[in-house]
Design a protein around this ligand. Structure first.
Ligand code: NAD
Ligand code: DAU
Length: 335
């Protein structure tokens, strides 16, 4: 099986590539990534020597270059991980989110259609459903109600996928996962930001009252769900993915500090994110029932392993946190 994986130098894409090359010897793949600020080939070290792997630096929103990638490649499936993914950056600069997440997806859909690629998997997010009150969970029939430019762009891409299935008969599925954690996550996201700041004894910036809720899943469990959706998902369907593992942000940050043996005095409450979604929770019963998916990581040990990974990979995150990151951090937090 020959796959086109986009965004494979990012957090989830790189974990997916490690996972697939390790677990599925029948798979070869081309990784297309534009290497934006969060795309990092160091996430794939070791993989580049595998004859089943090829990297192409390209922008999914560049139709001409992407046509060259598709021509003669004979892909069996496209898995679209490539995206601008950080909500805070979408609030200060939405344009690139529309370009990559919407136009980029449309270009991939067009090319998949033109070159007769038999399967398309769109890696989406639970954020397309908006925010929940204190109870309940998102199902696949929850109406789309995105609240940030990021989630609006992801919802737009999902609707394009739906339209290509309906109009052109394209064989595509969408996965919508909750918050991921694990190795190689860019340290602008909550968990790696808090771990690395704590390791540096820097303030941990918690938005608002810290009582927003997120539903955390280990990235490898997400990767297995994407693979199952590719293999067994029904054309045109959506699959929610989540581990039924809700945490208040503040409780999670305290847990990380306890694992690291650092004081809670590092916690600093900062101005809230505009339009901050209060709570996400995923009902993943469909993918469990229909595709046989189960999360394998227990959160307590997954979180400890992740903390340990950041302790052992200090060179990686120190390099990532230099340069452009410093400017971003100053503007975002002023800390
Ligand atoms: P990430 O920001 O770590 O990585 C995104 C990757 O896409 C980077 O390697 C980047 O270089 C690449 N990219 C960006 N623009 C591109 C373009 N125009 N052309 C080619 N490549 C481009 O993101 P992530 O957290 O790994 O998320 C991957 C996917 O999973 C995204 O589609 C995201 O919406 C979705 N998702 C993420 C989470 C999460 O918790 N992180 C949860 C659910 C769904
Ligand atoms: O739910 C899936 C989504 O999860 C993905 O689609 C997104 O790509 C991914 O970025 C993530 O979005 P969130 O906005 O939930 O993740 P983030 O790590 O940015 O924030 C998690 C929570 O922590 C959220 O309530 C905001 C809060 N937070 C975040 C940062 C960066 C803070 O309190 N302080 C911070 O500095």
């Amino acid at each position: 099986m020959n796959l086109l994986v986009t965004g494979g130098a990012g957090f989830i894409g790189s974990n997916f590539i490690h996972y697939i090359l390790r677990e599925h010897p029948e798979v070869s793949l081309v990784n297309v990534d534009a290497l934006t600020y969060c795309g990092n080939l160091e996430n794939l070290s070791g993989v580049e020597k595998d004859p089943r792997y090829r990297f192409v630096k390209a922008d999914i929103a560049d139709a001409g270059t992407m046509a060259e990638v598709f021509a003669g490649a004979s892909f069996d499936a496209v898995l679209n991980f490539a995206a601008e993914t950080h909500v805070d950056r979408s609030i200060t600069g939405p344009s690139v989110f529309l370009r990559t997440n919407v136009a980029g997806t449309q270009i991939l859909l067009d090319l998949a259609l033109k070159y007769g690629v038999p399967r398309f998997v769109q890696v989406s997010t639970d954020e397309v459903y908006g925010s929940l009150p204190e109870t309940g969970a998102f199902t696949e029939t929850t109406p789309l109600a995105p609240n940030s430019p990021y989630s609006a762009s992801k919802a737009s891409a999902d609707l394009l996928v739906r339209a290509y299935v309906h109009t052109y008969g394209m064989d595509a599925v969408v996965t919508r996962c909750s918050n991921n954690y694990g190795p190689w996550q860019f340290p602008e996201k909550l968990i790696p930001l808090m771990i690395t700041n704590a390791l540096e004894d820097k303030p941990l910036p918690v938005y608002g009252d810290g009582l927003n809720v997120r539903d955390w899943l280990h990235v490898e469990d997400h990767c297995r769900a994407v693979w199952l959706a590719l293999e067994k998902g029904v054309k045109g369907e959506v699959y929610n993915v989540g581990g039924a593992n809700e945490w208040h942000n503040l409780a999670l940050v305290k847990e990380l500090l306890a694992i690291l043996g650092k004081p809670e005095s590092l916690i600093t409450f900062v101005k809230d994110r505009p339009g901050h979604d209060r709570r996400y929770a995923i009902d993943a019963s469909r993918i469990r029932r229909e595709l046989g998916w189960r999360p394998t990581y227990d959160f307590a040990s997954g979180l400890r392993q992740t903390v340990q990974w950041y302790i052992e990979n200090e060179t990686w995150w120190r390099r990532v946190k230099s340069g452009e990151y410093q400017k971003y951090y100053q503007t975002q937090y002023g800390l």
